[in-house]
Design a protein around this ligand. Sequence first.
Ligand SMILES: [Mg+2]
Length: 270
Amino acid sequence: MDAPNLVSHAGYTHLSEAAAAELFRRILAGCRVTRPQGPPVLILDLDGTLMDNRPRTLAIVHDLAKMWRDRHPEAASALEKCTVDRLGYLLSDSLRRMHIVDPVLVGEATEYWRERFFTDDDLRHDVALVGSVNFVRACHELGATIVYLTGRDLPMMGLGTFASLRTLGYPLGVAGVEIILKPDATMADEAFKRMVCPTLARVGHVIASFDNEPANCNLFKEAFPHADIVFVDTQHVPGAPPLRNDVDVIGDFAAALPLTPSSPPRDGEM
Ligand SMILES: [Mg+2]
């Protein structure tokens, strides 16, 4: 049976709304406290954590449908009808759901998707997770240093990431905000984040981290045992390791909204 502050949810046990509100309240309170080690620091992943990137894949899939309309009309029609809800973590799984299983088509689609998904231009399709903009802005305004730590790489996705954070209204381009990206795309995400962890001491005292990959949450809990490490249960890589049981689980940032009522600025107001 679940503890009273926990709610079972498709494999992961989410905090109840009240427990999530308490978690956000604790983190917000921690944002006011500067320690000898430096200012409070929040480590925030982007894809699948602050942002839903499925609309990026959907836009690419719909463009592929246009390309395929004459050559592969049946597959093109399936792609056209695809919606965000039908997209899995892996494109091959999404294609299978659309009954596109011919290896040649799957290969062509994957190549087309990969050439666009990991580049600046299509990041504009990403949307913010519910409550995330207000929460990050509130943490920054209270005094925390925000570190966006993402598996995106600097050469191919840096400019698009900057534009997307700005457009969606996350704090950016001001004191107390850092963006850490991979030096190149070939490095594995977990290895990259593991490498970055020890360098975060120069930024300040890590009080919380949010990530949608169990492996990353586990390594953050190892590195920062006293911090609130939060798993955002959106999508994650298939075959991920089990999540440590001292990591909190949420679905989005909705429970923070009553605590962070300020509306985000329009683009250009930062
Ligand atoms: Mg992620």
